[in-house]
Design a protein around this ligand. Structure first.
Ligand code: SDX
Length: 429
């Protein structure tokens, strides 16, 4: 990565200067290596990390201006069309697409871990029935740490591999049981022989009373949604997983931290917020008034905007196509929510307020409508995002732990609090 280019900082009124190397990646902007910056006696200041590369990674590349997203170099458009989620999991974890044999071994490895320890089922019962499924997922995934002492040596590559497989295999099951517990349904079990997405639908919606028939079109749409959400570089929840992992915490605790971060409405909670927003707007006639509220900052247009994409999120375009396919398959192409969403998108894309701020639909804008059409309740939208993103989180965690130069993440601050002062006894205050 070194290319002998440097930047020079002059400081102390030009009396001192510091040369810092410029590092060049395979794609994307160069970075200034500021690890020697403390020599200046100062810190850099970048709240929200708008201009900060927190690590080196080979997993996912995003170009926000061009609207490009590559998993291990492969464009998301090609993976969404030609691959499937389990193959994408193998790619993200191992860096290459699997051969037929590698795929078979990987799939079998995932399948043999898809059941939950029977004692774990008691944990669900500790929650109120009306608990948000994300609260259940944070708790149950964190509790996996208590069950797998045989694979918690993070410096053992085999332990890292089995933990990754366990998490990819169990997250759909945990999400489905959180849904069933909320509904008062008996717990269900995975059914080997189904695809990953088919199994999730089976675990969610099957009943002991009759054979559950999976709608293959809906399962394929769901599989594509998993692929679109699998990874996304150093987003807030992935950065959370990396920071938690940098202390040496076990992978289950780190993924639970990632789930907690993803829950926020500015991040993975946006798909749920989009549906609530569409319900609140109600009809196209109400869009102008809603947009006025957006412009005077009363509320945001959920599903729009992105820290990195200043062009259309490539996933949103694919999601819109998938939405159309699913609604047509279900005879819902006149679905009022979809029509309202398309009207909202058209209005926003022509409005100077959004154009000036480069606000485009992101992955969450259409995903909620697809999930809703598939019959997934709104409260399960973010859990689905979490189960799909688990492979991205654990791939970044494994990449970081395998890096011999890894250090615990410990940012500093600009302190603007009180100067040193002595304690004042209460009677003198
Ligand atoms: C995800 O990072 C990732 O990669 C995330 C993700 C992933 O795969 O991991 O892609 C998944 O989280 C997608 C984003 C989902 N969130 C939403 O849809 C919620 C709505 N979006 C916003 O909250 C916002 O756009 C963010 C949080 C996504 C990005 O915020 P930034 O980069 O910090 O942008 P900003 O807040 O600095 O906004 C710049 C301007 C501001 O206006 P001004 O102060 O300049 O007048 O744009 C405005 C903002 O008020 N703005 C919006 C807006 N988003 C930004 N105005 C109205 N509606 C919006 N949605």
């Amino acid at each position: 990565m070194e290319n002998n280019r440097k930047v020079t900082l002059t400081y102390n009124d030009g009396k001192d200067n510091l040369e810092m190397p410029v590092l060049k990646g395979t794609l994307g902007p160069d970075v200034v290596d500021i690890r020697s910056f403390s020599k200046t006696g100062m810190f850099t200041f970048d709240p929200g990390f708008l201009a900060t590369a927190s690590c080196e990674s080979q997993i996912t590349f995003i170009d926000g201006d061009l609207g490009q997203l590559y998993y291990r170099g492969y464009p998301i458009e090609q993976l969404a069309e030609k691959s499937d989620y389990l193959e994408v999991c193998y790619l993200l974890l191992n860096g290459e697409l699997p051969t037929a044999e590698e795929r078979k071994v990987f799939e079998r490895g995932i399948m043999r871990h898809n059941m939950l320890h029977d004692q774990l089922m008691s944990l669900f019962k500790g929650f109120r029935r009306d608990a948000h499924p994300m609260a259940v997922m944070v708790g149950v995934v964190g509790a996996l740490s208590a069950f797998y002492h045989d694979s918690l040596d993070i410096n053992n590559p085999e332990h890292r591999k089995i933990s990754a497989h366990r998490l990819i295999a169990k997250l759909p099951n945990i999400a489905a049981q959180a849904y069933r517990y909320n509904k008062g349904l008996p717990f269900s079990y995975p059914k080997n022989g189904l695809t990953y997405a088919e199994n999730f639908l089976h675990m969610m919606f099957s009943t002991p009373c009759e054979e559950y028939k999976v709608n293959k079109t809906l399962a394929l749409a769901l599989d594509r949604i998993f692929t679109l959400h699998a990874d996304h570089e150093q987003n807030a929840s992935t950065s959370t997983v990396r920071l938690a992992g940098s202390s040496g915490a076990n992978p289950f605790a780190c993924i639970a931290a990632g789930i907690a971060c993803l829950w926020g409405p500015s991040h993975g909670g946006a798909n749920e917020a989009v549906l609530k927003m569409l319900d609140e707007i109600g009809s196209v006639e109400n869009v102008p008034a809603f947009m006025e509220g957006v412009k005077n900052k009363t509320h945001k247009l959920m599903g729009f905007g992105h820290r990195v994409y200043k062009n259309m999120d490539p996933r949103a375009a694919i999601m819109k196509e998938t939405c159309d396919e699913v609604l047509s398959e279900l005879g819902l192409h006149n679905d009022p929510k979809f029509k309202l969403a398309m009207a909202l998108e058209k209005i926003a894309l022509e409005d100077p307020y959004f154009i000036e701020r480069k606000l485009y639909p992101n992955v969450d804008f259409y995903s909620g409508i697809v999930l809703s059409a598939i019959g997934i309740p709104v409260s399960m939208f973010t859990p689905i995002f979490a189960l799909a993103r688990t492979v991205g989180w654990i791939s970044h965690w494994a990449e970081m732990i395998a890096d011999p130069t890894m250090k615990i993440g410990r940012p500093r601050q600009l302190y603007t609090g009180a100067q040193r002062r002595d304690y004042i006894p209460q009677e003198q205050r």
